[in-house]
Design a protein. Structure first.
Length: 202
């Protein structure tokens, strides 16, 4: 693989990482009925509006004062905390929080997979590639042909140095795209070719 191709692969992966992990914009305090929890969420949201990112975390920690906090309310608080952590560029912590949220008994199957997807995206931004691959692979157990998850798994494995695993996932993504009558992305093809090239060099 030429230096130009290697640089192109790295550039496309970097662009993918930067556009991932968009946080929900819906007002978090509207998602719970507990007055105290809603108050703390509103306080955190107001503080976040001033870009004072340490202050919202302190407000969210007040949830410990609320007795009998439901798993649903706790999940909404932690989702907003993950958003704050992302704004602080603490991507690994935010990713770990979403991965933990995916295990919540109150989460639906779709919510679990969405949280694992976000965890994978955030781990990628934190350059924790093995964890990113792990989260994506866990989500793929329930959504085996999801193109976003296949791309996340493939790119994470490639960046972690697992070129065989990367080739397998990206090849699956390319095949799924072609079955739908689509055109595989150039970035995916570059990663696939680069993975095969590196495997042949061993």
């Amino acid at each position: 693989m030429t230096a130009a191709t290697r640089t192109s692969v790295q550039t496309t992966i970097a662009a993918f990482i930067l556009c991932c992990a968009a946080m929900p914009t819906i007002a978090a305090e509207q998602a719970v009925s507990n007055r105290d929890v809603a108050k703390y969420l509103t306080e955190a949201k107001d503080l976040a509006g001033g870009k004072r990112w340490d202050a919202p975390c302190a407000a969210l920690e007040k949830r410990d004062r609320v007795p009998d906090l439901s798993p649903y309310a706790k999940g909404k608080i932690d989702e907003y905390k993950a958003y704050v952590l992302t704004q602080q560029h603490k991507y690994a912590e935010a990713g770990a929080l979403f991965e933990q949220l995916a295990k919540s008994a109150s989460a639906s199957a779709d919510e679990r997979n969405d949280r694992l997807e976000k965890a994978s995206q955030l781990y990628l931004r934190a350059k924790q590639y093995e964890k990113a691959a792990r989260a994506a692979e866990t989500a793929l157990e329930k959504r085996p042909n999801d193109p976003v998850l296949l791309e996340l798994a493939g790119k994470s494995r490639y960046l972690a140095g697992d070129f065989r695993g990367a080739a397998a996932r990206i090849a699956q993504l390319v095949a799924a795209t072609e079955r739908r009558g689509g055109q595989p992305q150039e970035a995916s093809l570059q990663i696939l070719l680069s993975s095969y090239h590196r495997l042949n060099d061993r």
